[in-house]
Ligand binder design. Structure first.
Ligand SMILES: [Zn+2]
Length: 66
């Protein structure tokens, strides 16, 4: 399972957290990288990791089902 702090399979940077959303029976997952601040704004970058079934998303990324 991938967790926060693990290396992103797309860009090799540490994963700050996951962003996910559901559409139909699929779960779409992005890794989010927090890169610091600029002018009071958070700088983040997202790497899209793909779409998964609810079961896969839970197993691979710890996304709660439901
Ligand atoms: Zn990445």
């Amino acid at each position: 399972m991938l967790r926060r702090g693990d290396v992103c399979p797309r860009c090799g940077r540490a994963i700050s957290y996951f962003h996910y959303w559901r559409k139909g029976s699929r779960v779409y997952v992005s890794a989010v990288h927090y890169l610091g601040r600029s002018g009071g704004k958070k700088i983040i970058e997202k790497c899209y990791l793909g779409s998964y079934s609810a079961e896969e998303a839970e197993r691979l990324f710890g996304v709660p089902r439901g």
